[in-house]
Design a protein around this ligand. Sequence first.
Ligand SMILES: Cc1cc2nc3c(=O)[nH]c(=O)nc-3n(C[C@H](O)[C@H](O)[C@H](O)COP(=O)(O)OP(=O)(O)OC[C@H]3O[C@@H](n4cnc5c(N)ncnc54)[C@H](O)[C@@H]3O)c2cc1C
Length: 431
Amino acid sequence: MASGKRRVVVVGTGLGGLLTGAFLARRGHPVTFLEAQSIIGGRFTHIDYQGFAIPTGAFHAFPGGVRGHLFRCLCKIGVHVSLVEPAPSVMVAVDGQRLPLHLDMTRSQSPVLRRLVGVNRRGPVTRSAARMLIAGLMGRDLPAAEGMRRIGGTEAGVRLLDRLTKFALSVPAEEASAVELLRSILSQRFGREGFLIHGSGSMIGRIRTAAESSGAEVRTAAPVRRIIVEGGHARGVEVEGGESLDAGWVIANAGVRRTLGMLGEHAPSRVVEQVATLRPACGFTHAVRSRNRLHEHLSIEIPLDLRHIDGIMPVSNLSRFLCPPEWHFALAYQWMDPAEDPEKQLEAGRRELLEHLGSGAEIMNTACYHSHNPTANIAQMIDQHGKSRPPAILPGIEGLFLVGHDVQGYGTAAELIGESCLRLWERLERA
Ligand SMILES: Cc1cc2nc3c(=O)[nH]c(=O)nc-3n(C[C@H](O)[C@H](O)[C@H](O)COP(=O)(O)OP(=O)(O)OC[C@H]3O[C@@H](n4cnc5c(N)ncnc54)[C@H](O)[C@@H]3O)c2cc1C
């Protein structure tokens, strides 16, 4: 091994683990990925079912688009992806109309939508948002819904925000943090929602190829049961079955809770206590097909008049590579209230979705993200976002680095991972 290079073991091949392993392999470190499942990619890949790209999690959306952190991560490891960035990013379906909503804040919004949500003038909105951000940074955060009311938002405005936070963060606006939302928007540098033309699985495959062409090894069906810590330093891992692998650096991408479990008695008690109080986010995703065209636009549809369905991604309008040519294909997200009966919510959501999409639509698959597989092990609510999330480096343990959706950082969905990866990679380069 060249001097200054460390043997690296990556536990988990979710997006954060794969990106970080590929980055380190490119820098000349010998990297081994260990993945518990038989496929790689975690919640950011898809399974081909009869020609339909059914996601394990991510809807093939690439938040932040070409201006975002995730795109920068891919550039650093030499991976190219083709994106489409629809404008507007969102169509709000209300009273039989479709109103465009630009998530790129530099663009002006539809006057009809501005009147409906009560956010009319940019100046006062910007000033209120800045005040909220400063107060939040001083520890006085408030729910996103309350923030919307403070900038003069109507009840329709709060309802729209609620749909958006449920779709993007899997958290209702009454619980989502206003600061998280504002910082997420800022961290995306006013980016526009992108969409992966060849799907999430294709991007994962390219990251894997990039890692392997730099010498990395990928092992699937290899669950790690223990991270070996000696003298306050992570020295390697033990795989189910008993095999041990030595490492100079361990990159943990299995989620913070699982990682703490793998550390056993070495898990820092402060972080264990912090994580114990954090709530996971849950939801359902519905994969729908139809012989008839399902949407007339390319944008994420937010159906404001519906009760259960938060957003619909018109997949086949965005890319013809993700379903057979004779079909139309869409993915819908439904937030799940963990306090209510999941079966009843599921039934109501499925019924509502089929009515909304009209005759010919059929649900091919519904995935429930709950208990062992929540949409996010740690949600993005007040007190569990951004800086209040567990750190990438655990106190008292050297050589162990956490990456993934649960680690400190800002942004929606995979943008959060991109942001935290870039921060970690800078530290690793200095180490
Ligand atoms: C329904 C849904 C829709 C989403 N839509 C989008 C979207 O459109 N766009 C977007 O950007 N984001 C989206 N997200 C979020 C995105 O999917 C996640 O942020 C991202 O995939 C999480 O990546 P991660 O790095 O945290 O790893 P994870 O995906 O959590 O992967 C962790 C990996 O670790 C493995 N593992 C666990 N335990 C062990 C062990 N003991 N040993 C070895 N391996 C282990 C797991 O099998 C898994 O492969 C969505 C999420 C969900 C659930």
